[in-house]
Design a protein around this ligand. Structure first.
Ligand code: HEC
Length: 113
């Protein structure tokens, strides 16, 4: 747990304060992941629209990275159409909550080992 906090802190230093201004609530994200699990919940899954895309695994990625990626889809820096549509429907708080949820998933799995 300490290690994870250190990594998030290091990430914050590297990415600057604006990248992760909101505190994410992993618990609150549980109602929001229903939009995501259709694609991101399936190991090795590929979407077929607009072409065949591998779907990246979100669990265990850094919260700051997940927020940054969602902002990039929302702002058009990343162009994948489905993710753009989804990201534009999310508030900053939604993004922070989802990032907290997905980044904590691997930490929980590690604790079980
Ligand atoms: C229709 C399928 C689909 C749905 C639904 C979906 N995603 Fe995605 N997502 C993708 C695909 C495909 C990519 C990879 C796109 C690319 O190459 O940029 C992606 C990429 C991402 C990335 C970037 C990951 C990385 O490693 O860079 C994040 C973060 C993400 N999605 C979060 C979400 C969240 C949060 C939700 C729910 C609110 C969601 N996605 C719903 C298909 C989906």
């Amino acid at each position: 747990m300490l290690r994870r906090h250190f990594l998030i802190a290091a990430c914050l230093v590297l990415s600057g304060p604006s990248a992760f201004a909101l505190e994410g609530d992993a618990q609150a994200a549980r109602n929001k992941t229903s939009m995501c699990i259709g694609c991101h919940g399936i190991p090795g899954y590929r979407t077929s629209f607009p072409e065949v895309y591998p779907v990246p695994k979100l669990g265990g990625q850094h919260a700051a990275y997940i927020v940054r990626a969602l902002q990039a889809y929302r702002d058009g820096e990343r162009s994948h159409p489905s993710m753009r549509a989804i990201a534009t429907s999310l508030s900053d708080q939604d993004m922070a909550d989802l990032a907290a949820y997905y980044s904590s998933k691997a930490a929980a799995a590690e604790a079980v080992k």
